[in-house]
Design a protein around this ligand. Structure first.
Ligand SMILES: C[S@@+](CC[C@H](N)C(=O)[O-])C[C@H]1O[C@@H](n2cnc3c(N)ncnc32)[C@H](O)[C@@H]1O
Length: 214
């Protein structure tokens, strides 16, 4: 078969249309790039990796910080299977609206994660068992990183887990390194997961345990 014939018969890869979540995400990123910190929602693989700390039994209180369009929300709900509590704290009104329509039974707090203790108190809660964070730490300045980390550690018990993720390409940026140092100061144990290559961009999960109160 000559080269021209091969070119004519080689099938082209099907073009995938962007999903509604991807379009909403991009739209919000164009409005607030620093606060959103990514151009596309996280992948199901990253969702699976970041939610492993959710206990398989009991009635845990799970807080999700920065759910966006809900890339991790469905996986958290699946793991909870109706047990415990799931509170999604989202500062962006457009995302909060979208989450409420996508997950009608989800407890969405349209609030700043900085006020997490007050958000929990309004629900009669003082501590969370697992905090799953998508906050774009590497976009934040040192004071905001500290205030948000304090808000998280204030709501954790000694047995709680704080799970967050970071992008591989950004790991050596000063803000990302500063956040890693801060985690080491505020938690007695920090573990770094494998790279999730199937995410745009590739990312890894950080799990922090045994919080030190501010
Ligand atoms: C990188 S996006 C992650 C979205 C989604 N969880 C995902 O992984 O696709 C960061 C999210 O954090 C939210 N966010 C940023 N600062 C926040 C804050 N102070 N309090 C609550 N949410 C915040 C943004 O609005 C956005 O939804």
């Amino acid at each position: 078969m000559d080269r021209l014939a091969v070119m004519r018969t080689t099938p082209t890869a099907p073009r995938r249309e962007p999903t509604r979540d991807e379009l909403i995400f991009l739209q919000q990123w164009l409005r607030e790039p620093t606060r959103i910190g990514a151009v596309a929602p996280s992948s199901p693989r990253l969702a699976a990796a970041i939610t492993v700390a959710i206990p398989a039994d009991g009635a845990p209180v799970v807080v999700e910080l920065g759910p966006g369009t809900g890339a991790f929300t469905g996986e958290i709900q699946r793991r909870l299977g109706g047990r415990g509590r799931h509170i999604a704290v989202e500062i962006n009104p457009g995302f909060a609206r979208h989450l409420r329509s996508r997950f009608p039974t989800l407890d969405v707090a349209e609030a700043d994660a900085e006020h997490l203790p007050a958000t929990l108190a309004a629900r009669g809660l003082t501590t969370a068992d697992v905090v799953v964070s998508s906050l774009p730490w590497a976009s934040f300045g040192p004071a905001l990183q500290r205030r948000l980390t304090d808000a998280v550690t204030t709501t954790l018990s000694p047995d709680s887990v704080f799970a967050t993720f970071a992008y591989l390409h950004a790991q050596h940026l000063p803000q990302a390194r500063r956040f890693r140092t801060l985690l080491g100061e505020r938690f007695a144990e920090v573990t770094v997961g494998h790279t999730v290559w199937c995410n745009l961009p590739p990312a890894y999960v950080l799990q922090a345990r045994r919080p030190r109160r501010p």
